[in-house]
Write a protein that binds this ligand. Structure first.
Ligand SMILES: NC(=O)c1ccc[n+]([C@@H]2O[C@H](COP(=O)([O-])OP(=O)(O)OC[C@H]3O[C@@H](n4cnc5c(N)ncnc54)[C@H](O)[C@@H]3O)[C@@H](O)[C@H]2O)c1
Length: 305
């Protein structure tokens, strides 16, 4: 079945360039009315203009789609609320939210200024929170919502020089984990894309041959899938250069030790078994971990629960 968005209203943040632009064009081509948000600044988050967003709106309109430009800075909650209010007034609802806007302030941790940390947290983590918060009540009222957040391999796996960005991007996954649970009964599904693509963010990092394989358009199918009627929830999809993979946070089976072995030495002695991923599981929620440990302790002690 074709995945379509006719009658749906979408906001894509940071859609004046790179990945957001590709997502906005992809959504509009499949029938969504799209708010093309971009504050139009430089890669480090300075400056600002409406030109980037307006150019993408023109592109969408030329292709026969429906779009409006918005210049909200996602790190400003009042501006984000005003953007959602404007879209709701104009088009009746916001059904789909793609929190994509982002900046970089890379420096090794020793050289990183607190302001570089704060700014990146404000745009990525707080900005993503604000975008979700501003559409949440409307989605709950209408019993429908699809939200896609944007993480990074830097947050999932680590990357030199990105303590600020990696922390923000890992925080976004934490936000997804909770929102997916809280949204479940209102059919609000919350997922995350972990992209890698040639944009102004990455143009200095890779050789031209690699960049040529990494078109921004290669990320959009993963995002559109996670915005569809049949989207999963609480899924992290990696995407880049035509590869699509799922990132899972797993926990090993572990060991349950008797109280006389609750020592660091016992942990050292068992670390191979503790780290053995052969029976690892992707836990569905925080409480599942508690239940697992209690069950393991009960089994060790022969207690029926
Ligand atoms: N390109 C990659 O390989 C890659 C890898 C991992 C994650 N990401 C993430 O993907 C997203 C898009 O990145 P991109 O590569 O397309 O970068 P990009 O710089 O090409 O585009 C980001 C856009 O966000 C806008 N923006 C920045 N701060 C904003 C704010 N406060 N409010 C509104 N708009 C703002 C910028 O003006 C820009 O147009 C980001 O969240 C980025 O961290 C990208």
């Amino acid at each position: 079945m074709a995945i379509r968005f006719d009658g749906r209203v979408a906001i894509v943040t940071g859609a004046g360039n790179g990945l957001g632009r590709a997502h906005a064009l992809g959504l509009a081509a499949r029938g969504a009315k799209v708010v093309v948000n971009d504050f139009g600044g430089a890669r480090d988050g300075t400056g600002g203009s409406m030109t980037a967003a307006e150019t993408v709106v023109e592109e969408i309109k030329k292709a026969g789609g429906t779009a409006m430009a918005d210049g909200a800075d996602v790190s400003n909650y009042e501006q984000v609320q005003a953007m959602v209010a404007k879209a709701t007034k104009e088009w009746g609802s916001v059904d789909l939210m793609v929190a994509n806007a982002g900046i970089l302030r890379d420096k090794s941790f020793g050289k990183m200024e607190l302001s570089d940390f704060q700014k990146v947290i404000d745009v990525h983590l707080a900005g993503t929170f604000y975008c979700c918060k501003a559409v949440w009540d409307g989605m709950k009222e209408r019993n429908y919502g699809r939200i896609v957040l944007t993480t990074s391999s830097s947050g999932m796996f680590g990357n030199f020089g990105q303590a600020n960005y990696g922390a923000a991007k890992a925080g976004i996954v934490g936000l997804m984990n909770v929102l997916a649970q809280e949204g479940r009964k209102s059919d609000i599904r919350v997922n995350t894309v972990s992209p890698t693509a040639a944009t102004r963010m990455t143009e200095e990092l890779l050789p031209p041959q690699a960049l040529a394989l990494m078109k921004p358009e290669a990320i959009t199918p993963a995002v559109l899938y996670m915005l569809g009627e049949n989207a999963p929830t609480r899924t992290i999809l990696g995407a880049g250069a035509g590869s699509f993979a799922q990132i899972k946070i797993i926990e090993t089976e572990g060991v349950n030790l008797p109280e006389d072995q609750w020592t660091p030495e016992a942990i050292e002695a068992h670390i191979g078994e503790i780290g053995d991923i052969s029976k690892a599981q992707a836990l569905e929620g925080a409480f599942q971990q508690t239940q697992k440990y209690v069950a393991q302790a009960a089994a060790r002690l022969g207690i029926k629960m």
